[in-house]
Design a protein around this ligand. Sequence first.
Ligand code: ZN
Length: 239
Amino acid sequence: MSTTGSALRELHRIHKQLTDLRGRLDRGPKHVAASQGAVRRMELDAEQAKDAHKKARVSSDEKQLQLKSREAKIDDLKSKLNQASSNKEFQTLKDQIAADQQANLVLEDEILESLEKIDQLAAKVKKAEADLATAKAEATKVKTRIEGEQAGLESELARVLNELKEAEANLPADYKSDYLRVARVRGEEALAEVNGEVCGGCYQMLTPNMMNELYLAKPVFCKSCGALLYLAEGRGIGD
Ligand SMILES: [Zn+2]
């Protein structure tokens, strides 16, 4: 029974390693999914930026067409001016030309503004596309790295699971089944090192009787959290 402490310490070490390996195996695919999610968001951003740019261009083109057609109309009115048959008709044509010219000045300002806006939107498209390319490269890198790691982690997990089986097989029969029952449900938390006279799993104070049993290298389960307790190296008999 003198090996109880060291056997449990070893078991706990193996369980902690399993928790770590499973955590890393679990996080890997989440990391990949997150980087792919970022790519999808940036694809959407780039699409929206392109769409806004296109709409601004269409609207600007329409304004330029409108300007040209109104300029043609002004030319037409000017030629009619020379053929006016009355003073009143002459004045009406002049007023109309003035009104159209005024409207075109406003339109020219709008076109200038729209061209500036198009430049800004084009810059946004460029940035969104660059961001997307960066995110895609990053996602590819993450995927390659994780896939490489996963294979290593899987084989490491298999190796450590084997180690666990061997360590469990060597446990003394008097508490093996109790341990196995707790370990199946709680994994790493099935075991706890005693810190001073406190359970390292739940910080419950242990009774003097429990401490005595531990010093005698007997199996003791924490009454509060149910963990199988063990002493740190050098504290128990035979350690
Ligand atoms: Zn406890």
